[in-house]
Design a protein around this ligand. Structure first.
Ligand code: S3P
Length: 180
C-alpha cells in the first residue's frame, strides 16, 4: 500500500457508517499507516463503563448510551492526529457531528444491506443490541433506509467486495487529493 508521506496536517480522520461497514478494522489499519492514534468510540465507552455495549443498553438503556456518545464526541472535539471509528449512529446526531467535523475529515463507509448482513453475522466479537432478535435482515433494511440520508452528508467510501487494505487505500487517496 502506498504510504502517505505527505501527511502534513494534524486533522483527525473520522469514520462513520452503518454497523458492519468495517469502521473499526479500517480505522485501525489506517491509523497505523498514518502514524496516528486509533480511537474506537464503542471501545472507549465500554472500557469506561467496564462492560460491553450490549450490557450498557440492557442495564442503562439506549438513551444513557447516546448520552455517553455525546459526552465522548464533545471530548474528542479537542483531540488531534487520531483516527476515530465512531459507533453507527454517533455522527447522525447534529451536535456530535458538529463537534467532530470541526476536528478533521469525515468519511462514510458504505456497504450493501446484503453485505452488512453477512459481516454482522460473521462478527462474533460484537453483539449489536439494535440487531438482536428475529428478522435481522428486516431490521437492517429499515434502519439502513432511515439512516441513509444522514450518512450521505459525508465523503463516501464504498466497501462492498473490497478488502480492508483496499478500503484504507481509498481513504488515503482522498487524503492525498486533499493535499494537492
Ligand atoms: C450502533 C452501532 C454500534 C454501537 C451500538 C449502536 C448503532 O457500533 O455503537 O450498538 O446505533 O448503529 P458499530 O457501528 O461499530 O457496530
Amino acid at each position: 500500500m502506498a504510504r502517505r508521506e505527505d501527511q502534513t496536517t494534524d486533522d483527525n480522520i473520522i469514520l462513520t457508517g452503518f454497523m458492519g461497514t468495517g469502521k473499526s478494522s479500517v480505522g485501525r489499519l489506517l491509523a497505523e499507516h498514518l502514524g496516528y492514534e486509533f480511537v474506537d468510540t464503542d471501545e472507549w465507552i465500554a472500557a469506561r463503563c467496564g462492560k460491553a455495549i450490549y450490557d450498557i443498553f440492557r442495564d442503562q438503556g439506549e438513551a444513557a448510551f447516546r448520552e455517553m456518545e455525546a459526552a465522548l464526541a464533545r471530548e474528542l472535539g479537542g483531540v488531534k492526529k487520531k483516527v476515530i471509528a465512531t459507533g453507527g449512529r454517533l455522527m447522525l446526531d447534529a451536535a456530535n457531528a458538529a463537534a467532530l467535523s470541526r476536528t478533521g475529515r469525515v468519511f462514510t463507509l458504505w456497504a450493501t444491506p446484503e453485505e452488512i448482513m453477512v459481516r454482522v453475522a460473521n462478527d462474533t466479537a460484537a453483539v449489536r443490541p439494535l440487531l438482536e432478535g428475529p428478522s435481522i435482515k428486516a431490521r437492517i433494511q429499515v434502519l439502513y433506509e432511515k439512516r441513509r440520508a444522514g450518512y450521505a452528508r459525508f465523503t463516501p467510501i464504498e466497501t462492498s467486495g473490497k478488502t480492508i487494505t483496499e478500503v484504507v487505500q481509498l481513504v488515503l487517496n482522498h487524503l492525498a487529493d486533499d493535499a494537492t
